[in-house]
Design a protein around this ligand. Sequence first.
Ligand SMILES: C[S@@+](CC[C@H](N)C(=O)[O-])C[C@H]1O[C@@H](n2cnc3c(N)ncnc32)[C@H](O)[C@@H]1O
Length: 302
Amino acid sequence: MRTVKSSVKGWKTAATRPAVLIVIVLQALGLGACSLQEPAQPWIEQIAKQEKIYRSQGADVPSGYITGRALSDYAGLLISGFCDALGRLGSSDRWLDIGAGDGQAILDYYALEDNAAPAQKCARSFSKAHAVAMSIEDRRTDKWRQQAAIFGGDRLRYLSGKRLRNYSGEELGKFQIITDVYGGFSYTEDLSQFVEKVLGLLEVGGVFYTLVQSVHLEDGKDNPNTRYLTELVDAAGHDVKVCSWLKQTACVKAGCESKSDWDTPTELIDIRKVCSDVSVPRMKLLKFEAGYPPGRRFQLEP
Ligand SMILES: C[S@@+](CC[C@H](N)C(=O)[O-])C[C@H]1O[C@@H](n2cnc3c(N)ncnc32)[C@H](O)[C@@H]1O
């Protein structure tokens, strides 16, 4: 059998090169090795395209790939209650922002005492929690470096170079609040594994705040002509709402706020971990189309 290893060694023919590149992309993504004789999944090229979006810098960053949202944007995009919860964190608590981009929301959180602009009043408090920004690609700005130097890497931490699923629980520790604003929840190719990982990082009583756009809404008020970006179906191919799926998770209390009047139907979500034996109903990926965010279709496993 011709293995990945022997083919990479050879780099012989032009015909093998694209396949080898795909394997390298897959391995970089942590999707595991496969034999070149196995047919490539149809979305592998799309995942490679997605990788290019993450790696884009300067003028090459697509205008729709927004990486610098402020804390006030998070306040407007996340379910009501997020700012109060963030404001209640104490100095020994921890906040993880998955898909933090430039980390601007965390910078704003640390800057709030001297900045009384009304739009930035989310989470006004004097004691600041430890904050961890996570992004696949390193988008730290000079401002981030300056602030991290002032407060110390222990209070303001920026993690990049891999995806959430590639970190161990020991590396990251536990958090009272985890946020995700158009981050991994909107971009991952394995939504059930992603949510399970997030919930594993939450303390019992901790909350995960996120949102997802262009989905079938819990309140059923989405325009049926929507170009849906994240679709879930059951084993028979019937639509499943993202919120209904999340509510099947053991050991959580999931809340949803449907926004049918936004540009695209968007579900605002909070998930509180109520006990430690979390188990998320599994789904498999049926379709992946690169974008910002990508188009994805998942099927619930029976
Ligand atoms: C569109 S940007 C959003 C940035 C920021 N939240 C904002 O609203 O400005 C997407 C971010 O999600 C990150 N991301 C996507 N999938 C991820 C994953 N599985 N693990 C960690 N970060 C991820 C990207 O690297 C990037 O930082």
